[in-house]
Write a protein that binds this ligand. Structure first.
Ligand SMILES: [Zn+2]
Length: 677
């Protein structure tokens, strides 16, 4: 192994030694780190002493440290600074890593030891965090069938294999359907309403296929602008029908039977493991706990948001009627007339706001806010390695000088960086042998680049994105737990967006904007009428949006929260699930489930509700800040002590109640969204 890749690194703060790593070194390092981790597991398994929390659970938790560090460096590079060699290594090493972790989960002797500790937990005098770790380790085995007799174990593997094939097929069909559709426009009049950028892109796409005219597809960058701006209603309809009928053509790309099979196999799998339904299985490890609670949550919001949604729909309908004499508002009219109405009401565009959001000012702003709330200081340092010279590196300290974290920030798009924005970890926080190892946290974004004449000026959306990712980063940086797998953002899925989303709220507050929203040339504060407009436009048609999100969550639960064996027809099942939330007339040719990749291909099954769940949490938490002042040290202190520092060491509802003094209620969200007064 490259000696520089051995942890602890011989670097300041034990930071990743990017300049010393040659890409070719990774494979050797992976293999040797896996061997080392295997040897550590073997030592636990072969220990002749009776299993204890320390010699089994804790030993397992701290095994494979070298492998974890190498993996995080490697996969972070694969996201932010990749190349062909890195991608090839990723292809090669990914199956090796999943085999490695499968070997652990299927290790019977190891599970026996864990089970012995688990079964005797009441006599062990363990701390809350230790109990939590024990539970997590035990469940990572039991939820994969470790407790089942051999025959049922085989059955489970069979179901898992079938499920992964079906999910793959589902995704392939959706992709093929997306790629199959093309709409070539040859008459420029049919492009009326579209912005220049969208026209140009469509023309380039046509050219790339040796076609004359403008080509539109079902890919979002092509589809969304068309549905939002194109005046030609017939063509919008054509696009919408194609988009909404993916996997629903009764041909070889049809997903109806796959949807039914996936739902049934998931149910069977859950039953095999002793759970009532798939949703019960999933929600066991979520803050929401049970399908009953999720359904009740969604329905309560639905009832409260419905009057506003209906009002908004009526307004939109009247607007379309007055503008174009549209009698019945259809699905392909929604985005189009919403945009027109929004423009009429707010006349707010990015170019107007951008001069007030120079990147450097926004960064200073978010650091100042972190200082006001948590007494944190950010010092730019150039003493540690970075993987690209654009990356900024900071030493984060408490006002007494104690090191809190190392923070990396990587803001601009480059070839080799994937799209989007994310927070990630190079090294988690943990305590070992009495030493509190501080974390190394990074945020990666794709913001507007500076030009020769202009600095980087952010859109308002980019500003909230920066706050969002920085909120995740605070969760990572302020972690203060013993075990790395419970540290920082290692929390239940429906809890992880609380720290990120809550911080976005500061972007809408006058007191916070005064700190950083200054014109980059004149230093003039952002005019308050803009701030007012930003706030108002943020809640525009929020009732309709809310209903839409809730309907997806309810559809998800309708597939996974029951015994699906009675469902025979996908479309009629879906109609029933949408019954209570629909605004637009149904389109018979369309079906949502056959292309609902989030829940049938990705990992969101029984989890779609968590978007709204997290919003309820963040609005409720921010209301507490507003009550006491958005820079209240008391509220911030509680948030840090009970939420940010605690990671996954306790049940999130308990942590939340300790911070807030009560359970979260949806009223704050409904108020913020303008749905109730
Ligand atoms: Zn997030």
């Amino acid at each position: 192994m490259n000696p520089y890749l051995k942890t602890p690194f011989a670097t300041p703060y034990n930071s990743a030694p990017f300049s010393k790593i040659k890409t070719e070194d990774f494979m050797v390092s992976f293999i040797e780190s896996m061997d080392q981790a295997r040897a550590e597991i073997d030592a636990i398994v072969e220990n002749l002493d009776a299993p204890t929390f320390e010699n089994t659970i804790e030993a397992l938790e701290f095994s494979g440290e070298q492998l974890d560090i190498i993996s995080s460096i490697f996969f972070n590079l694969n996201s932010a600074e990749t190349n062909k060699t890195i991608q090839d290594i990723a292809q090669e090493v990914s199956p090796m890593l999943s085999e490695f972790s499968n070997d652990i989960t299927l290790n019977k002797v190891l599970f026996e030891r864990i089970k012995t500790v688990y079964d005797s937990q009441n006599e062990l005098k363990l701390s809350t965090e230790q109990l939590r770790l024990l539970d997590k380790k035990y469940k990572s085995f039991s939820r994969n069938g470790a407790n089942l007799p051999e025959g049922k174990k085989l059955k489970l593997r069979e179901i898992d294999k079938k499920l992964s094939q079906l999910k793959l097929k589902f995704g392939e069909h959706v992709l093929a359907e997306t790629n199959k559709f093309e709409m070539l426009v040859t008459n420029e009049d049919d492009l009326s309403g579209l912005p220049e950028g969208a026209k140009e892109a469509a023309q380039h796409l046509a050219e790339s296929k040796d076609l004359k005219g403008w080509l539109f597809t079902l890919d979002y960058p092509s589809y969304i602008p068309f549905m939002t701006y194109a005046d030609n209603r017939e063509l919008r309809k054509k696009m919408a029908l194609a988009f909404g009928s993916k996997g629903f053509h009764k041909d070889d790309l049809d997903n109806q039977s796959i949807v039914l099979d996936i739902a049934k196999l998931r149910f069977e799998r859950a039953q095999l493991l002793g759970y009532k339904t798939h949703a019960h299985f999933v929600l066991e490890e979520r803050m929401a706990e049970t399908p009953e609670k999720v359904t009740e949550f969604l329905n309560e919001l639905l009832e409260k948001a419905k009057p506003a949604a209906k009002r908004e729909f009526k307004t939109l309908e009247n607007f379309a009627k007055s503008l174009d004499n549209i009698d019945r508002l259809e699905k392909w009219d929604g985005a189009y007339y919403s945009e027109k109405l929004k423009q009429k009401l707010f006349k707010l565009d990015d170019e107007l706001l951008k001069p007030y959001f120079k990147l450097e000012n926004v960064i200073d702003g978010v650091f100042t806010i972190a200082n006001k709330l948590y007494d944190l200081n950010f010092e730019l340092i150039d003493t540690i390695d970075k993987y690209n010279e654009e990356v900024l590196t900071y030493k984060v300290t408490q006002s007494n000088g104690d090191l809190v974290a190392i923070f990396y920030a990587d803001f601009f798009p480059r070839p080799g960086k994937r799209n989007g924005a994310w927070m990630t970890v190079y090294k988690p926080q943990f305590v070992k042998n009495g030493v509190n190892h501080r974390p190394h946290i990074s945020i990666v974004c794709n913001f507007t680049k500076p030009t020769k004449t202009k600095p980087s000026l952010l859109t308002f959306n980019e500003v909230t994105t920066l706050f969002h990712e920085f909120g995740h980063a605070l969760h990572g940086m302020l972690a203060d737990t013993t075990y790395p797998s419970l540290s920082g953002t290692s929390v239940y899925w429906d809890f992880v967006e609380l720290p990120s989303q809550v911080l976005e709220n500061w972007c809408y507050e006058k007191e916070a904007l005064e700190i950083f929203a200054k014109h980059y040339e004149t230093d003039e504060m952002i005019p308050m009428e803009y701030v007012k407009k930003i706030k108002e436009s943020a809640t525009f048609n929020e009732g309709m949006q809310t209903l839409r999100q809730l309907s997806f969550g309810l559809l998800d639960m309708s597939w996974h929260g029951i015994d699906p064996s009675k469902i025979t027809d996908v479309k009629s099942h879906e109609l029933e699930a949408f019954q209570n939330s629909k605004l637009y007339p149904d389109v018979a040719e369309n079906c949502m489930s056959t292309a609902f990749s989030h829940i049938f291909q990705g990992g969101y099954s029984s989890g779609y509700y968590s978007y709204k769940w997290a919003e309820v949490l963040d609005a409720d938490a921010f209301e507490y800040f507003k009550e006491e002042g958005i820079f209240s040290k008391t509220v911030a202190g509680k948030f840090r002590t009970h939420v940010l520092s605690q990671g996954g060491t306790e049940d999130p509802m308990i942590l939340y109640k300790r911070f807030r003094g009560k359970e979260p209620e949806p009223e704050a969200l409904l108020k913020r969204a303008g749905l109730i007064k």
